[in-house]
Design a binder for this molecule. Structure first.
Ligand SMILES: [Fe+2]
Length: 275
């Protein structure tokens, strides 16, 4: 795992995404949509976590690599590349994510070829690129920790601190491309943009089963939702025994793991019990 990769100037529009999470059907749909949009050769930058909850880690990774994506390492690449025993998300023992990750991590670890593990180990933790006149820094969860959850509900100070820390390694940036938390959002802090594209392979807990990515265009960032063959992805998960809740999420658009979310982002915020 190296520290930092500078991609320099990327020409034209840039496709930004993260969290393909072994969802090869979604990866295929993205590649097809980009071709349809005339972006079949556009640069693609990913924040990592290519292999996680769904059934096809090897095929997902192969599709995205063949398409020529640039990527940093997510916690999933760090753990799978190192042959670790879990995904490194840092979930508390007994949470829904902790229980689900045991199943998918074992599935992914068994399915990924040695060459792909070596590729994962060679990924940098941070990156930078320039597109349409702005310099972007790329990180997974945070600059302070690969598995840090930075939520749209966090205070400005959280973003400012992470951006400052990122700058120590990559130099000054106008914008940050982030992943890990799975919620697509954008935030302006101190004149800098923080963009999380959400996950390409899992919908963002809003009841809409479409997944998400972004296109960095000359006129600004376009955040997009993507429909795909979720039934095919779901059937593959069920055939593989990946039935801990994320298989249902592909259909409903609601996560099984609400316990990791800040209260304000939950479907049913906890109410105080009186009397
Ligand atoms: Fe992650």
């Amino acid at each position: 795992m190296s520290g930092f990769m500078d991609l320099r100037d990327l020409a034209g529009d840039v496709v930004a995404f993260g969290g393909a999470v072994s969802n090869a059907h979604a990866a295929e749909a993205l590649i097809a949509e980009l071709a349809h949009l005339g972006l079949g050769a556009a640069p693609m930058v990913s924040t990592g976590d290519h292999c996680a909850y769904c059934a096809e880690p090897a095929r997902t990774l192969a599709l995205l690599r063949e398409r020529g994506m640039w990527s940093i390492a997510g916690n999933c690449e760090e753990s799978l590349g190192a042959g670790a025993g879990d995904c490194g998300c840092g979930f508390a023992t007994g949470t829904a994510c902790d229980l689900a990750s045991g199943a998918w991590f074992a599935h992914a670890a068994a399915a990924i070829p040695l060459e792909a593990r070596d590729w994962m180990q060679g990924l940098p933790r941070l990156a930078a690129f320039r597109a349409h006149g702005r310099r972007w820094g790329v990180l997974h969860g945070g600059a302070s920790a690969v598995n840090r959850y930075v939520w749209p509900t966090d205070d400005d100070a959280v973003f400012a601190a992470e951006i400052a820390l990122l700058g120590r390694t990559v130099g000054p940036v106008d914008a940050v491309l982030a992943g890990h938390c799975g919620v697509p959002f954008r935030r302006e802090v101190g004149g800098r943009l923080w963009l999380n594209t959400g996950a390409l392979g899992m919908p963002p807990h809003d009841g809409d089963r479409r997944v998400s990515y972004a296109i960095i265009r000359a006129g600004g960032v376009e955040m997009r939702r993507l429909g795909y063959d979720w039934r095919g992805a779901q059937a593959g998960m069920r055939s593989a025994g990946l039935v801990q809740g994320y298989d249902v999420c592909l259909e409903t658009g609601w996560w099984p793991s609400e316990d990791i979310l800040p209260a304000a982002l939950r479907r049913a915020p906890a109410r105080a019990v009186s009397g």
